[in-house]
Design a protein around this ligand. Sequence first.
Ligand SMILES: *[C@@H]1O[C@H](CO)[C@@H](O)[C@H](O)[C@H]1NC(C)=O
Ligand SMILES: *[C@@H]1O[C@H](CO)[C@@H](O)[C@H](O)[C@H]1NC(C)=O
Ligand SMILES: *[C@@H]1O[C@H](CO)[C@@H](O)[C@H](O)[C@H]1NC(C)=O
Length: 235
Amino acid sequence: MDGHVRRLLNRVAIALAAVATAALMHLFRHSSTFCFTTSPAYSSLSLAPFPRTSCDAASRRVVDPDLRLAKLRSTPRWRRHNAALSASLVEPLRRLRLLGNSSRVLCIAAGAGQAVDALRVAGVGDVTGVDLVDFPPLVRRADPHNLPFFDDAFDLVLSDDPAALTGALFPSRFAAEIERTVRRGGAIALAVDRHISLSIVATLFKKSRVVDVRNTSLNGSSASIVILSTNAERH
Ligand SMILES: *[C@@H]1O[C@H](CO)[C@@H](O)[C@H](O)[C@H]1NC(C)=O
Ligand SMILES: *[C@@H]1O[C@H](CO)[C@@H](O)[C@H](O)[C@H]1NC(C)=O
Ligand SMILES: *[C@@H]1O[C@H](CO)[C@@H](O)[C@H](O)[C@H]1NC(C)=O
């Protein structure tokens, strides 16, 4: 009698487990089919209809960084900015022999990485982009007041954001970190608001001297590009 009840209970348990497994498998197959077959149709960047299920919405939140970059590069704004950077930053730096294809370059306050892109397109191989917010694939996260790089790690540190210096919480700390990471005899190139007095820039960058200033239009706003040479006799 006891054994009979136990056998009966066992059979019920096995049946329940089988039903549960079948239900799970059905659920899994259903949802994975849905994700794999439907989501590529709404490719990440195109304007897609409202998500029909949570699975659909989740798959669209993951934007492929390379796709996003390709999309950005194709915009007139990006191309205009690159042309301006090439004329007012890359070419002058090359003429002054402060930039070569093998230079190690750091772009700070890099935003979406336009300066990184412009330099790579110009043939510079070793370019790092950082900003307070990362923006893959060209820009990773770093605090400009506390740069995660060794002393003298770069030949050139630059920023194409006119608000980088004036918007810095501690401008002198910002300048000191740049000077720390540029090697002796290297260079610094900064976009600054055109109304900023050059003497302020010169005062902040204690170990460098201004070698070139030119007016330019970046991102629709007028700016000056200041190029400084870090003093080979410092330390
Ligand atoms: C730098 O790279 C660019 C693009 O690859 C090339 O056109 C240029 O000749 C290179 N410059 C030097 C000095 O090698
Ligand atoms: C360009 O301007 C837009 C807004 O007008 C801003 O969001 C973006 O960060 C700017 N880019 C640079 C590199 O200054
Ligand atoms: C840049 O523009 C400002 C005014 O917008 C002017 O005072 C200055 O002389 C110009 N600098 C150069 C190098 O052209």
